[in-house]
Design a protein around this ligand. Structure first.
Ligand code: ADP
Ligand code: MG
Length: 264
């Protein structure tokens, strides 16, 4: 693995996530074009851009769901470019999906335990019937899962089959699951897309509280008032490239940004 850390202005302790020259093409279409970004520890960094700008592709490259054509990804200064997704999660990087995948046949409790990365996948049913055989680790994972559900105010859903949840409830379960591995940086892809305004406000409050406790976020969001209110700085992508980065105020007033959105 090469280390191409190029003496950025911020030391590696201040930067949780760094990409260097990330590229990805689908056929002739360059979806991600030489993208180099940094996410500073402790921030809620926003990512916006018109439809098709390459935001989700970039998340897929950062989290290892797509293979890059070129470029590098670093988490806490460590290169993770060649790691599979679960190893990146262990390195501290976790992401959620724009459309959360439903875990067929699993209750919320089971989905949370699978999220804990505890190899409980196959032994999940025994866990609930073995009683006293439950290991200390399994007990801790279950306690952690229950705490997280409480934190996101969805304790009452613990026995629900995932397939019965509403879109909004699924978003909350997805958020709660993301925290089971205690990430250093959490990437959220459109956390309030298709969510009613009350729930969107709850999600905003959860993100703020977690950030006040030190959690770093990188958030893609189409809802402008939501992201402008929550994130600083904001990175703007357009046609696969970083168009600009700045405070919400700077982004709002930038001619290039206005043009990118109007020009569609
Ligand atoms: P955004 O999330 O900003 O709306 P995407 O990253 O989803 O944009 O898409 C960027 C471009 O890449 C789009 O033109 C999209 O059609 C294309 N694209 C994304 N994923 C794939 C894929 N798996 N196969 C082919 N084209 C894709
Ligand atoms: Mg997208």
């Amino acid at each position: 693995m090469s280390d191409t850390y190029e003496g950025a202005a911020l030391g590696k302790d201040d930067v949780v996530l760094r990409t260097n020259g990330l590229e990805k093409a689908f056929g002739g279409l360059v979806a991600t074009d030489d993208v180099s970004i940094e996410v500073e520890r402790g921030t809620i960094t926003g990512m916006i851009g018109p439809n098709g700008a390459g935001k989700s592709t970039l998340f897929n490259l950062i989290s290892g769901f797509y293979d890059e054509d070129a470029g590098h990804v670093f988490v806490n200064g460590e290169e993770v470019t060649d790691m599979p997704t679960h190893e990146r999660a262990n390195a501290g990087l976790v992401r959620t999906f724009q459309t959360p995948r439903r875990l067929e046949g699993m209750s919320v409790r089971e989905a949370m335990l699978v999220g804990a990365g505890s190899q409980l996948g196959e032994s999940i049913i025994p866990l609930f019937f073995r009683g006293s055989d439950v290991t200390q680790q399994e007990r801790e994972n279950l306690e952690r899962a229950e705490e997280l559900l409480e934190r996101f105010e969805i304790s009452h859903l613990i026995d629900q089959p995932s397939t019965d949840l509403s879109g909004g409830q699924m978003k909350l379960v997805e958020l709660a699951r993301a925290f089971t591995t205690d990430p250093d940086i959490l990437l959220l892809d459109e956390p309030v897309a298709g969510v009613n305004p009350t729930l969107a406000n709850d999600i905003k409050r959860f993100i703020r509280e977690l950030n006040e406790e030190g959690q770093t976020f990188l958030i893609i969001e189409h809802d402008m008032p939501f992201i402008m209110d929550l994130a600083d700085p904001i990175i703007v992508l357009d046609q696969g490239r970083v168009l600009m980065e700045g405070t919400p105020e700077e982004v709002r007033n930038d001619e290039r940004v206005i043009e990118a959105y109007l020009g569609g």
